[in-house]
Design a protein around this ligand. Structure first.
Ligand SMILES: [Zn+2]
Length: 155
């Protein structure tokens, strides 16, 4: 018996997004551009946040860090101030993420060097249409309507 794919809201959102990305980027070229843009935007944003946090972190100065945690303990710090340990952990995590993104970029560059003939791109389009048909396609809308018809609904 084949295993049914999970239908929890998170997975359903993932399937929808997955199919949309295929539908809207049905060629090798478009998938390359999409992945590259996603990677670069992730790197730009995460790198900038890390840079900004490192500038404002008192962590570099132990005296300041102690003063900050002392203030937190006495309750005089802003309620929005994050726990210094949690902040240090977050900075370490972000540094790791940025290092991994950098490695992924080096690997991706090789994938993105590839160009294929138009006939192969046409095969991509054809299979994209099978894997992720247009949800607004008339046949599909009719089918969905049938599938979702319940005795409770009029019509
Ligand atoms: Zn799930």
């Amino acid at each position: 018996m084949p295993e049914e794919p999970c239908q929890c809201p998170d997975c359903q959102r993932f399937y929808r997004e997955h199919d949309r990305l295929i539908r809207e980027n049905p060629t090798l070229r478009q998938q390359q551009e999409l992945s590259w843009a996603a990677l670069q935007s992730f790197r730009t944003l995460a790198g900038r946040v890390l840079e900004d946090l490192q500038k404002t972190q008192p962590e570099a100065d132990p005296a300041l860090a102690t003063a900050a945690s002392g203030a937190a303990a006495s309750g005089s710090a802003d309620a929005g101030d994050p726990d210094p340990d949690a902040m240090a952990q977050a900075l370490a995590d972000l540094e790791n993420i940025n290092a991994h993104l950098f490695s992924i970029e080096a690997l991706m560059e090789r994938i993105f060097d590839v160009r294929v003939p138009e006939a192969v791109e046409q095969k991509f389009r054809e299979l994209a249409g099978e894997l992720a048909p247009d949800p607004l396609n008339a046949d599909r809308l009719r089918l969905n309507r049938l599938l979702h018809q319940t005795p409770d609904l009029p019509g």
